[in-house]
Write a protein that binds this ligand. Structure first.
Ligand code: ADP
Ligand code: MG
Length: 214
């Protein structure tokens, strides 16, 4: 099998993310309730439902077009700080894939770098600030150390999960959770957890495809 992903893969991935976010809605709302306003799961589920619908409607999906309609849905549907940040991540990745029909491991490395840079330029958060960046930044690093897509996705998934778990011990420097101060300690950040879920879903999708399930 060639080590690359095409537009149909990306459409199927967005479908898988829609299912994953719908299933995680209550968990993500509960995490956001502890330190924020409790809408993170709801907002992500609504945005990925719309993204899935838009991606399915594409005539000839490419990695770029699928991620572009996803970014639009995240920006329009999700709202708030995290909608802009998630939207930026997908939009930067969409542009980085440059309308290619198939994207490889090195294309993914460049796209993830661009996505992370966009999130950090917009949100100003660094690792340790108890945000989605605590899952995203280590995932990007781990992916780049992988020899192929399967190794990269597996490593990114593990790094994102570990990064999200570490937010439990942190005080928040950004977002609504900032106002919780020391009270934030003992709670995992909702955005870090959802970002870990994105990488988990990506890895599961690719494992399924490699075994001919999709
Ligand atoms: P809102 O705070 O607008 O209700 P959500 O509840 O959807 O947005 O998302 C909250 C998540 O957004 C937080 O858990 C955190 O991970 C992320 N977040 C907030 N501000 C920033 C920022 N400046 N940089 C990176 N991530 C952020
Ligand atoms: Mg919220």
């Amino acid at each position: 099998m060639t080590d690359s992903m095409n537009g149909a893969d990306f459409a199927a991935l967005i479908q898988a993310l829609n299912a994953a976010m719908a299933a995680a809605k209550a968990e993500l709302n509960a995490l956001d309730s502890a330190l924020g306003d409790g809408d993170h799961g709801e907002a992500l589920a609504a945005a990925f439902a719309e993204a899935d619908e838009k991606a399915r409607a594409l005539d000839k999906p490419t990695p770029t077009s699928v991620l572009q309609v996803t970014a639009q849905a995240l920006l329009n549907r999700m709202g708030g700080a995290s909608g802009a940040l998630y939207g930026t991540l997908f939009l930067r990745m969409s542009s980085a894939f440059k309308d290619r029909d198939d994207v490889t491991c090195s294309d993914w490395s460049a796209a993830l770098d661009a996505g992370l840079a966009g999130v950090q330029a917009r949100g100003k958060a660094s690792p340790g600030d108890k945000t989605m960046v605590d899952a995203l930044a280590p995932a990007v690093d781990a992916f780049k150390a992988g020899a192929d897509l399967a190794a990269g996705f597996a490593a990114a998934r593990a790094a994102a999960a570990a990064g999200a778990a570490q937010t439990e011990r942190m005080v928040a420097k950004f977002g609504r959770a900032k106002f919780a101060g020391e009270r934030a300690i003992g709670h995992v950040d909702a955005g870090a957890r959802s970002m870990a879920l994105v990488f988990e879903t990506l890895d599961e999708y690719w494992k399924g495809r490699e075994h001919g399930e999709t």
